[in-house]
Design a protein around this ligand. Structure first.
Ligand SMILES: *[C@@H]1O[C@H](CO)[C@@H](O)[C@H](O)[C@H]1NC(C)=O
Ligand SMILES: *[C@@H]1O[C@H](CO)[C@@H](O)[C@H](O)[C@H]1NC(C)=O
Ligand SMILES: *[C@@H]1O[C@H](CO)[C@@H](O)[C@H](O)[C@H]1NC(C)=O
Ligand SMILES: *[C@@H]1O[C@H](CO)[C@@H](O)[C@H](O)[C@H]1NC(C)=O
Ligand SMILES: *[C@@H]1O[C@H](CO)[C@@H](O)[C@H](O)[C@H]1NC(C)=O
Ligand SMILES: *[C@@H]1O[C@H](CO)[C@@H](O)[C@H](O)[C@H]1NC(C)=O
Ligand SMILES: *[C@@H]1O[C@H](CO)[C@@H](O)[C@H](O)[C@H]1NC(C)=O
Length: 658
């Protein structure tokens, strides 16, 4: 059915197989992190990303290179996951050692491609899934390569694998479990190679590729019809689990609509599916840190329920694609708001400050994260899931988290060649070489830890700089004064973006935007009160203590993290917040002892009976709770904390102030 529909579309569009994306992705490596983002990504590179191949068997002795590891349960995903993040990280940081390492893996894997075209281990004919992240790594590597034989080799390897997989499917091998529920990751890579080969390949090759993508789309799980738009969609924490209640599957599925829309030719319909998915996940499972809860499976809105780290990075990648492929600015801006919240809150909130450890699950509210929690509140994961460690609970996030920052950095800018626009999608310190205007643009800022952004630009031709205004700054009045080439100009905000004309000129401070960031208090029925500062969620500093549980090689270790300060505090009816203290991000930008944002708050102590513990976690915060004396406490950026309270109950009544 889908195949027939697609063929009709193909005929109508006169042979151009995919509709062009509204925005163009910049090749991996053209956008480089700077400032605190570069510091954070260098920490990542010098920690696990470059060390996993030295000591972690799933990468060091990977079955992808003939070793005997990386084959848990017949799945071989660790090395592909790692490459999917290590490749862009090496390219964006220009880290020669890491680049050599990833090249060795990629070349070694390609050397082992079989006659059939199969890539990687082949222990179970149905494990198509582990190839998807490997192909994504190849796409990013290919994007960065200049023309030539290495680039050609990747194209041929990808085509060879696609036809091997197609023949297996046609021969009756079923598309099952992960391979079926995550098909749009693979379709995205097929589309990439279709674009690349558009000019050079035989039309029949292109048609076969498109038909293969259509087969995957129709054989894969129908996420919209059978889940997001069905009455069976989970509206609270899941008890009966299935593939469609699985958190990471959902995070990946968000991209399905927009990815397929390039082939269906219907961008609005694709967006409607993608956004329905994200809205459903947020409405029933959304958390104050921008993620949705999924302690393996969807887990409702209680802030003590967990979110797997893989859910965070996969959601970010889906949302980046959603913004790029959205039908218009009104839609793109929504996806970027969601991406920004995850990148500045949930992502650092699930990584240690040195990026050597992570918990399997993070929590908006928790007071400890220890190696063994038999009586736990999370639904379907093991006793170790909250602990910060090398591979707590399960090993997927140890290898999959690497893509978080690099793919975020790769989504800070997009281009629209037709309109000669460079789109500044999310503010974070970075440098980009754009095609439009032949421009070199430095975005100098320490946003979200500062309230000023500067674009230093050198450009040979005029272009339009299209700047997304973050959600917390968007107003209905929609005019804004910005400095362009030294003059104050009044800029109209249209659908969340400012459009600024940049004349050709040598390097200068071309655009400066100053704004006000003030704390805001948001209240919800299910989640009590959360305090935000710009895009940053703030969380109660518990003076967390780290005790070593086990050390592995290098700096890899497991930790118990416990609170040295009371966590039972309520927000008064009229919040009393101090003035935020901002400091330049340091050598560990997300350290709790050196957090770039801190805010004093007057809170009210809650007796244990009024806020009981529930299965080793803070109980619900919906409704009001009895509270006593005033306490001065510090709130930090959520990303600077590892255990924290970020959703506070509201005090039942004000104490007498004497
Ligand atoms: C931009 O291009 C210049 C000149 O080719 C090069 O030196 C620089 O490394 C490039 N920067 C980025 C971010 O690609
Ligand atoms: C992994 O490789 C190293 C070095 O080749 C070897 O010493 C070690 O025993 C291997 N581990 C496994 C589980 O095979
Ligand atoms: C879970 O499944 C069982 C058996 O199919 C059913 O009886 C029960 O109502 C389901 N529970 C929920 C919460 O959906
Ligand atoms: C969901 O279903 C309704 C009712 O059938 C339909 O009108 C709507 O277009 C569907 N939404 C999506 C995103 O497919
Ligand atoms: C508060 O949340 C808990 C756990 O999510 C739920 O069981 C309870 O019904 C909620 N209570 C109210 C008053 O909403
Ligand atoms: C870590 O926490 C677990 C669970 O509370 C406990 O059994 C263990 O002794 C702790 N280890 C250290 C080193 O603190
Ligand atoms: C914020 O940015 C401005 C302009 O670059 C700079 O002067 C100031 O020191 C920064 N403040 C902090 C706290 O980073």
């Amino acid at each position: 059915m889908a195949l027939r529909l697609w063929l009709a579309h193909f005929a109508l569009t006169g042979g151009s197989i995919l509709s062009p994306p509204r925005w163009r992705r910049l090749a991996t490596g053209s956008i480089r992190p700077a400032g605190w983002l570069q510091t954070q990504m260098q920490l990542q590179a010098s920690a696990l990303t470059s060390h996993l191949p030295l000591f972690w068997d799933n990468v060091r002795n990977t079955s992808w290179l003939g070793g005997n590891a990386d084959n848990v349960g017949g799945i071989h995903e660790s090395t592909p996951y790692w490459l999917n993040g290590a490749v862009p990280l090496a390219l964006q940081l220009q880290d020669e050692d890491l680049l050599q390492t990833v090249e060795k893996y990629i070349e070694g894997i390609l050397d082992r491609q079989t006659q059939e075209g199969w890539l990687g281990p082949d222990t179970d004919k149905t494990d198509f899934w582990s190839r998807y992240p490997f192909l994504m790594a190849m796409v990013q590597y290919h994007e960065a390569l200049p023309g030539g034989p290495r680039r050609k080799r990747i194209e041929e390897a990808a085509l060879g694998f696609f036809s091997a997989m197609r023949r297996r499917l046609e021969g009756g091998v079923p598309l099952t479990v992960w391979s079926s529920f995550r098909t749009h990751d693979l379709i995205w890579t097929i589309h990439y190679f279709l674009d690349v080969l558009q000019e050079s390949a035989e039309p029949s090759v292109l048609r076969d590729l498109a038909a293969f993508a259509a087969r995957l789309h129709s054989q894969g799980f129908d996420w919209t019809g059978l889940w997001y738009n069905a009455s069976s969609f989970a509206k609270e924490a899941v008890v009966n689990t299935s593939m469609q209640t699985h958190g990471v599957n959902n995070a990946q599925a968000v991209k399905s609509g927009v990815v397929w829309s390039r082939q269906s030719g219907n961008a609005p319909a694709g967006w409607a599916e993608t956004w329905l998915a994200w809205e459903q996940l947020q409405r029933y499972h959304g958390q104050p840190n921008g993620a949705f809860s999924a302690d393996e499976h969807l887990a409702g809105r209680m802030p003590s329920r967990g979110t797997e780290l893989c859910v965070v990075v996969e959601s970010m990648w889906s949302l980046a694609l959603a913004s790029q492929l959205a039908p218009g600015d009104e839609e793109a801006v929504l996806a970027l708001d969601a991406l920004e919240s995850l990148a500045f809150n949930a992502l650092p909130g699930s990584l240690s400050e040195d990026l050597w450890s992570h918990p399997y699950l993070q929590f908006a509210n928790s007071y400890e994260a220890v190696s063994n929690e038999p009586d736990h509140i999370w639904g379907h994961d093991g006793d170790q899931s909250a602990m910060y460690g090398l591979a707590p609970n399960y090993e997927c996030c140890t290898s999959n988290f690497h893509q978080g920052y690099p793919k975020f950095a790769g989504s800070l800018f997009f281009e629209d060649l037709g309109q000669q626009q460079l789109i500044s999608a999310v503010w974070a310190p970075s440098v980009v070489n754009a095609t439009v205007g032949r421009a070199h643009v430095e975005l100098r800022t320490s946003y979200p830890f500062n309230s000023s952004v500067e674009y230093w630009i050198r450009n040979d031709e005029p272009f339009t700089l299209k700047v997304r205004i973050p959600k917390f700054l968007r107003t209905s009045t929609s005019t804004r004064f910005v400095r362009v080439d030294g003059h104050t100009v009044k800029a109209e905000e249209t659908a969340g973006f400012l459009h600024l004309s940049i004349p050709a000129a040598a390097e200068r401070l071309a655009v400066k935007i100053d704004f006000v960031m003030a704390p805001s208090v948001q209240r919800s029925e299910a989640q009590g009160v959360s305090v935000y500062f710009g895009p940053l969620l703030l969380a109660l500093d518990l003076n967390e203590q780290w005790q070593l549980v086990q050390r592995y090689t290098f700096n890899a270790a497991d930790w118990n993290t416990t609170a040295a300060l009371a966590w039972r505090l309520a927000m008064p009816h009229s919040p009393r917040l101090g003035t935020p203290r901002l400091s330049m991000p340091g050598p560990r930008p997300m350290a709790s002892s050196d957090c770039p944002v801190a805010l004093e708050a007057t809170l009210l102590a809650v007796p244990p009976s009024a806020w009981p513990i529930q299965h080793g976690a803070p109980g619900p915060v919906n409704g009001t709770c009895r509270a006593g004396e005033q306490v001065q406490r510090t709130l930090l950026a959520y990303g600077c904390t590892s255990i924290r309270i970020s959703a506070l109950p509201v005090a039942e009544e004000e104490p007498l102030i004497v």
